[in-house]
Design a protein. Structure first.
Length: 487
């Protein structure tokens, strides 16, 4: 387990001024009235659209016009937790680690997360989400921020004069993709052993992606993670960026350890909250020391695999197969695989895996069992049984890698799949029709994979590709001679 670091150069930075992102920001709509007593600053003097004036309670709104039209009639100025009582249909309400309430709402078929905080924190968090998304990392989509008028708060007296601070309230508005669950994992996730392994793998992958891109989270916890279950994958998203800070990538080891330690500490005490929320007995913990060890091992293992692939690439198909098997053992699969030629042409691209570029390196993911079968169905146009789909897909990736190496560029998976279907998959199926006419799907695919492996071994010994038909016949003859077992 990682230990907390107190090295001066790797301690979590204090919150302070930051450079604003260079990307154009949403147009700021400001109230035409001057800021009231106690306001920290006067609003910007942007022109006010007379057809869509701001509600009296709203001081400034910095959101795209289309989003503001959907959100304008919400009860701004009322505490967020009271919105459901004001008629707002909420998908879910949660509190993050900072205890700021967050409300999930749907407006015109679009889903938003609205967080109540200070005006400064809301603006900062949106800027951080924009930076995170610019680095091709997974998070909620930033929409904008707004400030609601609040009564000045008495802060004492100096020289007989009363001092006040602003009572304004800020709102950070983000958007959820269609497949992202609008709820905290903390209270909705089924914590079986198999599901926990998927969860820890996805969280470790998110943390590693952030760290490789130079992002220190500062507040990682299950309460601040949302899950995308689309496409038979389990993808973790950063749902709270208030404490995030940016550094030149990759993040130093000391800050990595702090983020991991914080996550594990948060999980340790959140486990009791989960148990109480589900009314489970004391002797039934949902999160154990073994879970912490599993997450740290996934992070370290995936980091090592990425470092090795980025440093040397795959010198041979055998090395590629070994790398995919090690990823599978860690709980990951390969989504995208480039070639050495494509990789060399993009030399100098930092963190090719954490910040993937088309045709460069490889990209992993936490895949649910049905992903491989679904992907092969799209690529090959037929159903491959789930129990065999991962191995078939990996053979296809090796085929793509070999074709790309010969072509000197990344040919793309669709092109490789068409070639695979024509020269390998369909000939193998025709052979099995004759070789195992009464075989069920399980026996046919066991034998199918055995033939692919056998043909690969023949090619390795011969030093050149052996046609599938020749490999299949040799497999059958070898079985007849008793020199290889039937699958």
């Amino acid at each position: 387990m990682f230990t907390h670091s107190t090295d001066p150069d790797t301690r979590a930075p204090s919150r302070g001024a930051r450079k604003q992102p260079s990307r154009p920001r949403p147009t700021r709509i400001a109230s035409a009235e001057p800021a009231g007593a106690g306001s920290d600053a006067s609003p910007s003097r942007a022109s006010l659209d007379a057809t869509e004036p701001l509600p009296p309670t709203v001081r400034t709104a910095a959101l795209p016009a289309a989003d503001w039209r959907r959100l304008r009639d919400l009860p701004w100025g009322t505490p967020l937790e009271d919105w459901p009582a004001r008629g707002v249909v909420a998908l879910n309400v949660r509190r993050g680690e900072s205890r700021h309430p967050v409300l999930f709402v749907e407006r015109e078929a679009r889903r938003y997360a609205i967080k109540e905080t200070s005006p400064e924190a809301a603006e900062h968090e949106i800027a951080m989400f924009e930076d995170v998304r610019r680095r091709s990392l997974r998070s909620l989509e930033p929409v904008g921020h707004l400030t609601v008028r609040g009564a000045p708060i008495a802060a004492g007296e100096v020289g007989g004069r009363s001092l006040y601070t602003s009572g304004d309230v800020g709102y950070c508005v983000t958007r959820l993709a269609a497949r992202v669950l609008p709820q905290s994992i903390l209270y909705g996730y089924p914590f079986t052993d198999a599901n926990k392994r998927l969860l820890w793998s996805a969280v470790a992958e998110l943390l590693l992606d952030l760290h490789e891109a130079g992002v220190y989270w500062g507040d990682p916890s299950l309460a601040n993670v949302l899950m995308d279950l689309g496409g038979h994958r389990l993808t973790a998203l950063m749902a709270d960026a208030e404490t995030a800070r940016l550094f030149p990538p990759p993040l130093p080891d000391g800050l990595r350890r702090q983020d991991l330690d914080l996550f594990l500490e948060n999980v340790a005490w959140q486990a009791e909250d989960i148990r109480l929320a589900r009314d489970l007995p004391d002797e039934q913990p949902l999160v154990t020391e073994g879970d912490a060890d599993y997450l740290v091992a996934r992070y370290a293992g995936l980091r090592a695999e990425r470092a090795g692939a980025n440093r040397t690439g795959f010198a041979s198909a055998a090395a590629l197969i070994g790398g995919m098997r090690r990823l599978n053992a860690l709980g990951y699969g390969v989504l995208h695989l480039g070639s050495r030629a494509a990789r060399a042409s993009r030399a100098g691209v930092a963190a090719a895996v954490a910040l993937p570029a088309p045709g460069a390196g490889w990209r992993s993911a936490t895949l649910r069992p049905g992903w491989y079968a679904q992907r092969l169905g799209t690529l090959l146009g037929e159903r491959v049984p789930r129990a065999y789909a991962r191995r078939v897909y990996q053979h296809l990736l090796v085929h793509k890698w070999l074709m790309s190496e010969r072509a000197g560029h990344d040919i793309g998976l669709d092109t490789a799949a068409r070639d695979w279907s024509e020269r390998i998959h369909q000939p193998a199926m025709r052979f099995l029709d004759a070789y195992l006419p009464e075989g069920d799907a399980g026996l046919r695919y066991d034998t199918y994979l055995a033939i692919l492996d056998h043909t690969w071994q023949l090619s390795q010994r011969a030093g050149h590709p052996i046609p599938l038909e020749e490999g299949a016949m040799d497999y059958a003859l070898a079985h007849t001679r008793g020199t290889v077992p039937i699958a």
